[in-house]
Design a protein around this ligand. Structure first.
Ligand code: MTE
Length: 308
């Protein structure tokens, strides 16, 4: 079996016992135990990357080297500024557009209705660096189901919370079309790999990683994984992301990881593994970031070379 493949349930290779057994601790840590049901072990294991070339990234690297433009363009500065962000006491997510009934979801209450699970996903930034991250959360499909999209809904648009008093870069870069916006097709949103994360490293998401809830779409470049989501809209038209509005030829709607299609300014064939070393290792980028088998059926008939 290709060493980059996800392990199937019951596989002989290292059971992530520690991850599984500590799930209770995680959920306690996240304050979500109670109404929560724990996911079956076999199901959860399906989504854990086990690849000697891609070990789990050290926590201090993943939480100290961030892209969150609302706070700063300096990856190492984001943590410090974002940690001062006082989020609204009750986090709401507005659901609008082509749904049976527009609504506002209270995140804390909604989390009591879902099963939290842990997923270890490859994470590949368009800037050609990568990490492997242990997320806690639930499938995006659960929220889509709850929203009850109408037949005309073909896309899902996501928006990041805006607070220009506490997110200093929003004013500094007033020429950016804030809020940070991203989109998926409805089929992509319903795919079992599409994930809404509320935790990382068995702890609640820190602000710099997109607290309290962010998207994780592991087969796409990292900019699609929008942080701190407070609004979701179901649309019939393809939504335009912030990056697409700024430079559509560099940051397209699909943005599927593809080593064969270069970014207009650099090759995407290889990626720098963020491992904290002075000379970090460069490794080959995998098509769809290693999730080709799982997601290729979503793109039948689409010219992936044209759909950067
Ligand atoms: N979401 C918001 N709201 N603002 C951002 O600047 N950056 C994106 C994505 N989501 C970004 C965002 C990019 S470019 C990447 S690579 C990832 O978040 C980085 O996530 P991380 O900091 O948790 O590694």
């Amino acid at each position: 079996m290709d060493k980059n493949e996800l392990k199937s349930p019951g596989s002989e290779l290292v059971t992530p016992e520690e991850i599984y057994l500590s799930r209770r601790t995680v959920l306690h840590g996240l304050g979500f135990l109670g109404a929560q049901t724990l996911l079956s072990r076999a199901h959860a294991e399906k989504y854990l990357v086990q690849d000697p070339e891609r070990p789990i990234t050290k926590e201090e690297l993943a939480t100290g080297y961030n892209n969150f433009y609302e706070f700063s363009l300096d990856k190492k500065e984001v943590k410090e500024i974002a940690s001062r962000w006082k989020r609204p006491a009750k986090w709401k997510i507005k659901i609008s557009g082509l749904v049976k009934k527009p609504m506002e979801i209270d995140l804390e209450s909604f989390l009591k209705t879902v099963t939290l699970e842990e997923r270890v996903y490859r994470f590949r930034c368009v800037e050609a660096w990568s990490m492997v991250l242990p997320w806690t959360g639930f499938p995006l499909a659960k929220l889509v189901e709850h929203a009850e999209p109408l037949a005309g809904a073909k896309y899902v648009k996501f928006l990041t919370h805006v607070d220009d008093k506490q997110m200093p870069n929003i004013k500094k870069m007033g020429y950016y079309p804030w809020p940070y916006t991203e989109g998926l097709t409805l089929a992509e949103a319903k795919h079992p790999l599409s994930f809404l994360a509320t935790g990382i490293y068995k702890k609640p998401l820190p602000n710099q990683n997109g607290a309290p809830i962010r998207l994780v779409v592991p087969w796409k470049y990292g900019f699609k994984s929008i942080k701190s989501i407070d609004a979701i809209e179901f649309t019939s038209e393809q939504p335009k992301s912030l990056w697409e509005s700024l430079a559509s030829e560099e940051y397209g709607f699909y943005a599927n990881v593809n080593p064969d299609v270069s970014h207009p300014r650099w090759s995407q064939a290889r990626e720098t593994r963020i491992d904290g070393s002075f000379f970090p290792k460069k490794i080959a980028t995998l098509k769809f970031n290693g999730y080709e088998k799982e997601v290729q059926s979503l793109y039948q008939g689409l010219d992936l070379k044209k759909n950067y």
